[in-house]
Design a protein around this ligand. Structure first.
Ligand SMILES: O=c1ccn([C@@H]2O[C@H](COP(=O)(O)O)[C@@H](O)[C@H]2O)c(=O)[nH]1
Length: 276
């Protein structure tokens, strides 16, 4: 079975380095002329899939915007994941789970076990209960060719109060997370399956990403104010494995399929120039 790291490296080579988020904000549904209900959600999500799933490397549905419609919203999330994967995109489900190991095992079954209707290629997780508590997700990913992206240095302004806190060993909380993920990816080729979320908004924080050997998801571009030219200062020598991620900046171009494609092409070209 091919690892997620290998599948992602191939997808980025073939389709370019871009992740587009599917974030059906109420304001975007209105902007698209849709109703803020289950029918609007379905039309929105499936239009993004129609426009982009056959061309971008990764689609990233934001679970929260589906969950807000209850079980029917989860149903649309399931069909969005399925259709995206059938069209060839890798699906990173942005669900930011994190719990004690025994509960984490249930989350891993829900999102990383191929027998689940919510199974994605990869998920986002939170390391707040300790990176070790995420072990069931790492194991499920490894067993099924999936990936896990751990929050490292997030794009929001509140993140540093926790992530930059310094532990007894003089490392920041974020550096501890980065180092533990680096160990999981040691020796993997061409790319490890365990990624980090590192916001494009954070500037040069002095964290060492040089040994991660896994994908670095960079949200915060576009609507949150970061630009592709910020990537160099955030990622330094580690630009090779950066996966830029946009949601609202691209989604605002809808509802036209051609306009969504043009917006994705534009940001992908901007990032390609910046990443070199
Ligand atoms: O540090 C993080 C981690 C996750 N996100 C998520 O990415 C998208 C960003 O959406 P934009 O519209 O491009 O701002 C959203 O789903 C967040 O929950 C993040 O922004 N920062």
């Amino acid at each position: 079975m091919e690892t997620f790291g290998k599948r992602l490296a191939e997808a980025m080579d073939k389709r370019g380095r871009l992740c587009v988020g599917i974030d059906p904000h109420a304001a975007l549904l209105t902007r698209w002329g849709l109703t803020d209900d289950i029918a609007g959600l379905e039309r929105f999500a499936h239009t993004v899939v129609e426009a982009l799933a056959d061309r971008v490397a990764v689609l990233k549905p934001q679970s929260a915007f589906f969950e807000r419609f209850g079980s029917r919203g989860i149903g649309i999330l399931e069909s969005t994941i399925r259709q995206s994967r059938e069209a060839g995109a890798l699906v990173l489900l942005d669900v930011k789970r994190g719990d004690i190991g025994s509960t984490m095992a249930a989350y891993a079954s829900a999102y990383l076990d191929p027998s689940s209707s919510l199974c994605a290629d990869a998920i986002t997780v939170s390391p707040y209960l300790g990176v070790g508590s995420l072990r069931p997700a790492f194991d499920a990913a490894a067993a099924n060719g999936g990936g896990v992206f751990v929050l490292g240095l997030t794009s929001n302004p509140e993140g540093p109060s926790v992530q930059h806190a310094v532990a007894k060993d003089k490392r920041t909380v974020a550096q501890t997370v980065i180092d533990e993920i680096s160990l999981l990816n040691a020796g993997a080729e061409p790319l490890g399956s365990f990624g980090l979320v590192i916001g494009a908004t954070i500037g040069d924080t002095g964290h060492d990403l040089s040994r991660v050997n896994g994908p670095l998801l960079a949200p915060g571009l576009g609507a949150q104010g970061a630009t592709p030219s910020d990537l160099r200062s955030v990622f330094g020598e580690s630009l090779r494995t950066v996966l830029p991620s946009y949601s609202r900046e691209v989604l605002a171009a809808g509802p036209g399929v051609a306009e969504l494609r043009a917006a994705a092409d534009r940001v992908a070209a901007d990032c390609e120039t910046a990443l070199g």
